[in-house]
Design a binder for this molecule. Structure first.
Ligand SMILES: Cc1ncc(COP(=O)(O)O)c(C=O)c1O
Length: 368
């Protein structure tokens, strides 16, 4: 048996004709930077999110960097985010010169807890970055309320949640600006690195465009210093094709999550909880088990790949030793990180394969 965590080959086989044609078109046009594929995708993805502007970037990480810079966040500012995320979220805060402030997560959604955010707000807080982890939106109403009350910039990190919904509305439209990653394994993934900033604010979109292209609107005039953080045309051509399939793929992920949930019901593992306000798009299917490491080893020995997102919470990473946060600082996050295990999840995963995975999980527990 060999069941991968993610199977990008199966997806490519399904849409090979469309993808090859789109890539070929870019090559023949020789429009590798900028051009119609890029602007077309930006428009289509912004519309998909229900916002006015989309500005593609070289990755989700650079989308975060440029968003924070566009809002003028910098030294002396504090930005609140979750310790249960990929480090790109907090790196972007440091890159501006601002300080990272972590707030603990909710025990059932694994997303940042609005009540914990409130406890961390000070006179220096400038922005909040909730992360819609694993494909499930954060509880946005209380977060929006806090941002309004304290006059804070709200930036959604939707890197893992393309097409997820909060109370019937797609993520990406709740923040002053939001970012997505198109890393290959994401629900909407490029064939390399890419990302996007989406926003209703023309001034922010314009600033991100400037920053991503050396501070210029025209070839030889640089109104500010910037970076070379634009996306490639080939990536956006691929994304344009794949965007048409995204909702269908998300439904297949949801179907697979349902199958897992029902088959795992009779076991001791804790399955993901879809909150009543959420349409979860299962970028990852993450269970919790007291015996996570042994279970992972057993499944891997049976040819079933697993992942751990994330084994070390950010506040305990060596990179953040300087923050002086000891174990016990964020107990809910720490408990989660000690038990979380990601099982294979992708649209093409078959019911039979899920049955085999669950049988092995049951066999592991019955062996003891
Ligand atoms: C929550 C989160 N934010 C940001 C990023 C960064 O995106 P990228 O890998 O495209 O730079 C990721 C990527 O995994 C992520 O999961």
């Amino acid at each position: 048996m060999n069941i991968p965590l993610v199977d990008l080959k199966a997806q490519y086989q399904d849409i090979k004709g469309e993808i090859d044609k789109a890539i070929q078109k870019v090559i023949e046009s020789t429009q590798f930077a900028g051009g119609e594929e890029l602007t077309g995708f930006e428009k289509e993805f912004a519309e998909f999110c229900g916002v006015k502007y989309g500005v593609t970037t070289s990755s989700g990480s650079t989308a975060l960097d440029l968003t924070l810079l566009a809002f003028g966040i910098g030294e002396g500012d504090e930005v609140i985010t979750t310790p249960a995320t990929f480090i790109a979220t907090s790196e972007a805060i440091t890159h501006t010169g601002a300080s990272i402030v972590f707030a603990d997560i909710e025990p059932d959604s694994y997303n940042i807890d609005p009540k914990e955010i409130e406890k961390k707000i000070t006179s220096r807080t400038r922005a909040l970055i909730p992360v819609h982890l694993f494909g499930q939106p954060c509880d946005m109403d209380p977060i929006i309320e806090l941002a309004r009350k304290h006059n804070l910039i709200l930036i959604e990190d939707a890197a893992q949640s393309h097409g997820a919904e909060y109370k019937g509305k797609r993520v990406g439209q709740f923040g002053d600006a939001s970012i997505f990653s198109f890393y290959p394994g994401k629900n909407l993934g490029a064939y390399g690195h890419a990302g996007i900033v989406v926003t209703d604010r023309e001034d922010i979109a314009d600033k991100v465009i400037l920053l991503a292209n050396h501070g210029r609107h025209t070839k030889y005039e640089h109104s500010i210093e910037g970076y070379n953080y634009q996306a490639d045309a080939i990536q956006t051509a691929v994304l344009r094709v794949k965007l048409k399939h995204l909702l269908n793929w998300n439904e297949k992920r949801r179907r697979n999550a349902k199958i897992y949930n029902s088959l795992l019901e009779a076991t001791s593992v804790i399955t993901p909880k879809e909150k009543e306000y959420a349409k979860h798009v299962y970028h990852l299917y993450v269970i919790k088990s007291e015996r996570r490491d042994e279970l992972a080893e057993y499944l891997n020995s049976k040819g079933i790949s697993t992942g751990i997102h994330y084994p070390i919470p950010l506040h305990l990473q060596p990179a953040y030793k300087y923050l002086g946060l000891k174990p016990g600082s964020f107990p809910v996050t720490e408990e989660f990180c000690s038990k979380a295990l990601s099982l294979p999840m992708f649209p093409e995963l078959k019911e039979d394969e899920i049955r085999l995975i669950v049988e092995e999980i049951k066999r592991f527990f019955s062996l003891q």
